[in-house]
Design a protein around this ligand. Sequence first.
Ligand code: 1GP
Length: 248
Amino acid sequence: MKTSVYSYISNAALAGRKLVALLVDPDSFDDDITTRMSAESGADLIFVGGSLLSGGDLERTISILKKFCSIPVVIFPGSISQICPEADAILNLCLISGRNPEFLIGQHVIAAPALKASGLEILPTGYMLIESGRQTTASYISGTTPLPHDKDDIAMCTAMAGEMLGLRMIYMDGGSGALNTVSDSMIHKVKKHVSVPLIVGGGIRDVATALKICKAGADVIVIGNAAQDDTSLIKKITKAIHSIPQLQ
Ligand code: 1GP
């Protein structure tokens, strides 16, 4: 029987086995380079999507990735139009760091029939944008204020509330191209107070930072821009992350 993407992530989190997700933006998708990087990166998951899809073709990107990569392809949607049945799963993001009702429930209501019909595995995820040194596309497009970078208690309470509402993962994101990554102390605090898998992304550009974020408590780290800028980087990061002893 095919293992669900959620079981795959949560079993790894329970075992202390850290996962790396490569974020592919259809807007900067280069058939040869991105496909080769995705297939050879050693990453555990591929996230596909973007806050803005200006020219990229989501369906075509997913179709090519599915053809050449054996790891799960998960849609990380920037909007409700980003639904494609060929992927394995979709993050159903509830933007719990913000107070914009559209991203807390409005868009989900509109997308519900299409999501159901897609047959995709739905991953209900509490999405927390964390202030990261400059305004990011995600914060601008969602019209929300990110959670302050140094307010670990607010992050902890927000994540706890998300878990108590039934969300099955928490994603702390500095946003694409973040100047500063989410702090170790905030990751550590959130991890200590929730039991669902914790995803962390935004601004991870080197092996040392990736290791630090995993050691602080992330179960899954997401690498986007840096992998596009240096196609060999994701391989180095996955090698280092997969060498972390389990259950430490
Ligand atoms: C953005 O978490 C992702 O939503 C990845 O960010 O592109 O900065 O790696 P980067």
